[in-house]
Design a protein around this ligand. Sequence first.
Ligand SMILES: O=c1ccn([C@H]2C[C@H](O)[C@@H](CO)O2)c(=O)[nH]1
Length: 143
Amino acid sequence: MTDPSRALIAAAREAAKHAYAPYSNFAVGAAVLLADGSVVTGANFENASYGLSLCAETVALATVSAQGRFREVVAIGVIGGRIGHADTAPVSPCGRCRQIINEAAQVGGRDLPVYCGGAAGDEIAEYRLSELLPHAFGPADLR
Ligand SMILES: O=c1ccn([C@H]2C[C@H](O)[C@@H](CO)O2)c(=O)[nH]1
């Protein structure tokens, strides 16, 4: 497969248009690439009870799971930035999302590439999940 980073960042930016982020005013989009080439997206979903807010990566991966496709994840793109600004600094997944991405990585048997971008601009930072979450706790620990 050709490098999917640009397509995933573009899909994540499209998804971020649907962020529900009236409290932080920070819109995040995530795009999950599946093995057959299809892409599932999500955006952050905030709540008046702030701590209940869900991140874009979590929303996207829960949607993938609800489609019965959690084992098929091959890469993830994430973007974020302040609403109404063209922020270019790449946003990388929060700690909780790294743990959730790790679940997909472990059940799918892939050290998932995570592409990080800003709301605008060409900069893409590329990581592997094992770099973002070394020595992770995961399914193997429960065996
Ligand atoms: O990896 C991240 C980090 C933050 N957010 C959201 C949570 C909150 O709605 C807003 C500001 O933290 O960004 C995500 O969606 N993903």
